[in-house]
Write a protein that binds this ligand. Structure first.
Ligand SMILES: *Cc1c(COP(=O)(O)O)cnc(C)c1O
Length: 396
């Protein structure tokens, strides 16, 4: 197996070449190593491998060449020293947090989180003696006041789901570090192309690779990235011993997805900007939230922290829940689905789907009204997307 020489490639190039390991057949495309284990030349090699004295693969719960290629390509894209792949985005979040925490520690998280992430910090970790303080992520004073002597880590997502609020990653990282804590950032909505949390001071970045990295609605996957030290201390052993591992087949699909990530996400983002402007001028739309627009509440921070706005738009449809439902049901091209980052344009009504577990008060606090929908703009022709949205709005 050989890896190409490490060069200072631009992201587009890294996404096509970085991490490639070629077998003795010198295949062009990355090979799919659908194997559970590896055979050793002799007993002494097996012993050395288990002692960590001989490099090489042992068992696909914790290392597999196809998974390694995906991890190395992700690390090269993110500018991280190390990466570990997981079976899903939620496994990545769980591993990144649980790997650092033990009973008696404390975590601070922003309130606005992907539904399952909020479950992890609010319901799951406290069961193991790890209390959580939820704060308004944009309010730096709340972060400062939430720090306790036993605070071990901060957890945020930015832009947030579904209201696309942006959190000042550098400022929150500084507060975390001043308090002796780390910062973990769920970077799904920004994508690795448009925001680099590690460069802004975060200690760990997590992705659901299910979203833009696959980008074609096929496989679940996740990845945790950070310094060699962070991954070795917090992530590697937990994955090895508990097994939330990515399958080689899914790693192969995601690896091939990375090759086209820039082309897909840039095109989707170009279309999203046009869609957002169209929606903003429509009488049946009462509010549009898109980080690429000058009227985004944190437009200045977006400019400072992100190099693009991504393909997600949130907007309020006139007429509350009834209006939002009529609108969704009248769509012919855009499909109703809670997924995002797909080649197909997808729309969801967070109050009745992804965020239905929250109380109406909790939703109101997050700005998730009854008329709010979240649109993930796909790869269809932008004129077809706009025509579908405008025709469906006429039904409201
Ligand atoms: C989808 C998503 C997750 C969870 O990822 P899965 O692959 O579905 O487990 C976590 N965070 C964010 C922001 C997401 O969009």
């Amino acid at each position: 197996m050989s890896a190409p020489a490490d060069r200072k490639w631009r992201p587009e190039t890294r996404l096509v070449h970085a991490g490639t390991l070629r077998s003795s057949f010198n295949e062009t495309s990355e090979a799919l190593f659908l194997t559970q284990g590896y055979v050793y030349e002799n007993a002494a090699t097996a012993e050395a491998r288990f002692k960590g004295e001989s490099p090489g693969f042992q068992y696909s719960r914790f290392s597999n060449p196809t998974v390694t290629m995906f991890e190395q390509r992700m690390a090269a894209l993110e500018g991280a020293q190390a990466a570990r792949a997981t079976a899903t985005g939620m496994a990545a979040v769980t591993v990144a947090l649980m790997g650092q925490l033990k009973a008696g520690d404390h975590i601070v998280a922003a309130k606005a989180l992907f539904g399952s992430c909020r479950y992890i910090v609010e319901d799951f970790l406290p069961r193991y003696g790890i209390p959580c303080t939820l704060v308004d992520g944009a309010d730096l004073d709340q972060w400062r006041k939430a720090v306790r002597p036993n605070t071990k880590t901060f957890f945020i997502e930015s832009p947030t789901n579904p209201t696309l609020d942006v959190i000042d990653i550098a400022a929150v990282a500084k507060i975390a570090h001043d308090g002796g804590a780390t910062l973990v950032v769920d970077n799904v909505f920004a994508t690795p192309l448009f925001q680099s949390p590690l460069a802004l001071g975060a200690d760990c970045v997590v992705y659901s690779a299910t979203k833009h990295i696959d980008g074609q609605g096929r496989c679940l996957g996740g990845v945790v990235l950070g310094s060699e030290e962070f991954i070795q201390n917090n992530v590697q052993t937990l994955i090895r011993q508990t097994g939330p591992s990515l399958s080689p087949f899914n790693a192969w699909v995601l690896l091939k997805g990375l090759e086209t990530l820039t082309v897909r996400v840039r095109e989707q983002t170009r279309s999203a900007a046009i869609v957002a402007d169209t929606l903003a001028g429509h009488p049946k739309v009462t509010r549009v939230i898109y980080p690429g627009r000058a009227d985004h509440p944190q437009a200045e921070l977006v400019k400072r922290q992100m190099s693009g706005a991504s393909n997600l738009i949130a907007f309020d449809v006139a007429g509350g829940k009834a209006g939002a439902f009529r609108f969704q049901d009248a769509l012919r091209l855009v499909r109703i689905s809670n997924n995002l980052g797909d080649a197909k344009s997808l729309i969801t009504h967070p109050a009745t789907t992804t965020h239905q577990r929250l109380t109406p008060d909790q939703r109101a606090e997050l700005g998730i009204g009854e008329g709010l929908v979240r649109l993930s703009v796909g790869l269809e022709h932008v004129d077809d997307i706009v025509e579908d949205l405008v025709a469906a709005l006429a039904a409201v």
